[in-house]
Design a binder for this molecule. Structure first.
Ligand SMILES: [Zn+2]
Length: 70
């Protein structure tokens, strides 16, 4: 079975999320989960009117188009 390794070296047997936030990504009324490309932790946002966001988990400033979403 193919495995995938993330930034932190953790192994997964499912394909990681590779879709990233772009200028067409919308949060909707419920907000939207985005995943830090560095620590793979989830954050929830309610709008995308920002160009970069600090990850609360690894304290890294991540550009909008680097965040992943499903
Ligand atoms: Zn992070």
């Amino acid at each position: 079975m193919k495995t995938y390794t993330n930034y932190l070296g953790s192994k997964f047997d499912i394909e990681p999320i590779t879709k990233t936030v772009n200028r067409y990504t919308r949060a909707g009324n419920e907000g939207r989960n985005i995943f830090c490309p560095k620590c793979d932790k989830r954050s929830r946002v309610f709008h995308f009117s920002w160009s970069a966001l600090n990850c609360q988990h690894c304290d890294t400033m991540i550009d909008k188009n680097q965040w992943r979403t499903v």
